[in-house]
Design a protein around this ligand. Structure first.
Ligand code: XIL
Length: 367
C-alpha cells in the first residue's frame, strides 16, 4: 500500500515528469518536513529579496492582506497603478493616487517598491490611439519624465519596457505592435531607456518579458528574439541594467532547463541583473486535489528557480500576488472544474503553501 506521500510523488512524476526522491531537497520541501522548522530567517531578511504584486482594493481595505505582505515581503510592485490605463485617463492628466498609496504602504513597512510599467502594448487608454507619428516621441518622453521624476529616489527599479517581443515571433526582430512600435519603430525602446536614464540616473532600468522558459519552438523563438534585442541594446550602449523574467509558469509545460540557464548566464555575461518579476504557477491543467496540486505548483517553481540559480542568483524574486485569494490567473486560465486557481505562495487564508517553502529554499538560504 503506497503511503500518501508516495502516491503524491508518483502522481507528480506522472504529471510533471519530475522525479522526487523522498530525501531529496525537493522531496523534503514538498513533504512539509521543512515546514516544521520556523523559517531559517524571516522572509524579510532572505538573501534574495522576495516580494509580491499589490492589489489596490485589499491593500486599502484588508488588514490581513497588508499584514501578509508586510510579513513575507521585502519588495512590492503595483499590479496596477503605474500602467497607462490607471495613470493617464486623458492626454493632459496624470492620476498618481494608486501608486502614491502603494509607495506610502511600502515605505511604512520598509519595502522597496518596483515601478511597473512605463512602456507596454497592453491596457493603453483609447485616447492614445490619437497620438500621431509626429507627436509620439514627445508623448513618450513626457510620460517617462513626469512619472519617473515624481518617484525619483523612491522607486529605484523600473520595468521601463514590458513585453516588447511578439507573442509568436516570426523573426528575431518581430516586436509587439504597441502604439510606440507602430509610430516610432524599434527605436522607441532605446528612446524610453535613454529618457529613463536621464530622468533618474540612479534608477535600475529593466526590460521585462514572459514565456522565455519553456521547451518548445515558440518559446525558443521568443528567447532568441529577446536575446537579439538585448544584445543590440548593449552593443549600442543603450542604458539597461537588467532583465525581468516574469515567470508566469504553466504547470503543464516543461521548463527548458539548459536554455533558461544559458539565457541567464548570457545576461550575467552582459553585466545585466536578472529578476523574477511576476512568478505564479498556472494550475488550470492540474488535478483538483489541493494537496497534490499545491505540490505540483511548488515542484514547477522548484524546476524553474533551480534552472535560473544554476547560472546565477536573481537579484529579486517577486510573485504576481501573495495570496490565492487575489490572482489574475483565472482571467485567462480558469479551471474547467470551476475550482479556484492556487498559483501563489499563500492560500486564500494566508497560510504558507509548499511554494513558499520552495521560495525559502532558493531565496532564504544564506549563501
Ligand atoms: C495584469 C494584472 O494582473 C491584471 O489585473 C490586469 O487586468 C492586466 O494586467 N504581464 C504583466 C502584468 O506584465 O502587468 C499583467 O498584469 C500580467 C501579465
Amino acid at each position: 500500500m503506497l503511503s500518501r506521500r508516495e502516491t503524491l510523488f508518483t502522481a507528480l512524476k506522472a504529471a510533471c515528469g519530475i522525479s522526487v526522491g523522498a530525501a531529496s531537497p525537493l522531496g523534503t520541501l514538498l513533504t512539509g518536513a521543512a515546514a516544521a522548522e520556523t523559517p531559517a530567517r524571516p522572509p524579510r531578511e532572505w538573501t534574495v529579496p522576495f516580494g509580491a504584486a499589490l492589489r489596490d482594493g485589499p491593500l486599502a481595505n484588508e488588514a490581513d492582506y497588508r499584514a501578509a505582505v508586510a510579513r513575507h515581503c521585502a519588495q512590492a510592485v503595483g499590479e496596477g497603478g503605474l500602467k497607462w490605463f490607471d495613470l493617464r485617463p486623458a492626454r493632459d492628466r496624470f492620476v498618481f493616487d494608486q501608486p502614491d498609496k502603494q509607495l506610502e504602504f511600502a515605505r511604512a513597512n520598509g519595502l522597496e517598491l518596483r515601478g511597473h510599467t512605463l512602456v507596454w502594448a497592453e491596457v493603453m487608454p483609447d485616447w492614445t490611439r490619437t497620438i500621431s507619428q509626429g507627436e509620439a516621441e514627445a508623448e513618450l518622453i513626457r510620460h517617462i519624465e513626469t512619472v519617473m521624476s515624481r518617484y525619483r529616489g523612491k522607486i529605484r527599479s523600473w520595468d521601463v519596457v514590458n513585453e516588447p517581443i511578439a507573442n509568436d515571433p516570426a523573426s528575431r526582430t518581430h516586436l509587439r505592435p504597441s502604439i510606440w512600435q507602430q509610430r516610432l519603430g524599434e527605436g522607441h525602446i532605446a528612446l524610453a531607456l535613454r529618457t529613463a536614464a536621464r530622468t533618474d540616473p540612479q534608477a535600475r532600468l529593466i526590460i521585462n518579458e514572459y514565456d522565455i522558459e519553456f521547451v518548445g519552438d515558440r518559446f525558443r523563438r521568443k528567447r532568441e528574439a529577446f536575446l537579439r534585442l538585448i544584445r543590440d541594446l548593449k552593443l549600442r550602449n543603450v542604458p539597461l541594467h537588467g532583465i525581468g523574467l516574469q515567470g508566469h509558469l504553466r504547470a503543464d509545460l516543461p521548463v527548458d532547463r539548459d536554455a533558461l540557464s544559458a539565457f541567464v548566464a548570457e545576461m550575467r555575461s552582459l553585466d545585466l541583473e536578472v529578476l523574477v518579476t511576476e512568478l505564479d504557477v498556472v494550475d488550470d491543467k492540474l488535478p483538483a486535489a489541493t494537496d497534490l496540486r499545491d505540490m505540483m505548483v511548488a515542484a514547477k517553481a522548484y524546476e524553474y528557480l533551480d534552472a535560473i540559480q544554476a547560472a546565477a542568483r536573481p537579484s529579486a524574486v517577486l510573485s504576481w500576488g501573495i495570496t490565492d485569494k487575489y490572482t489574475w490567473v483565472p482571467m485567462y486560465f480558469k479551471r474547467s472544474d470551476g475550482l479556484p486557481n492556487r498559483p501563489l505562495p499563500l492560500d486564500e487564508a494566508y497560510r504558507p503553501k509548499p511554494l513558499m517553502r520552495v521560495l525559502e529554499h532558493f531565496c532564504g538560504a544564506r549563501r
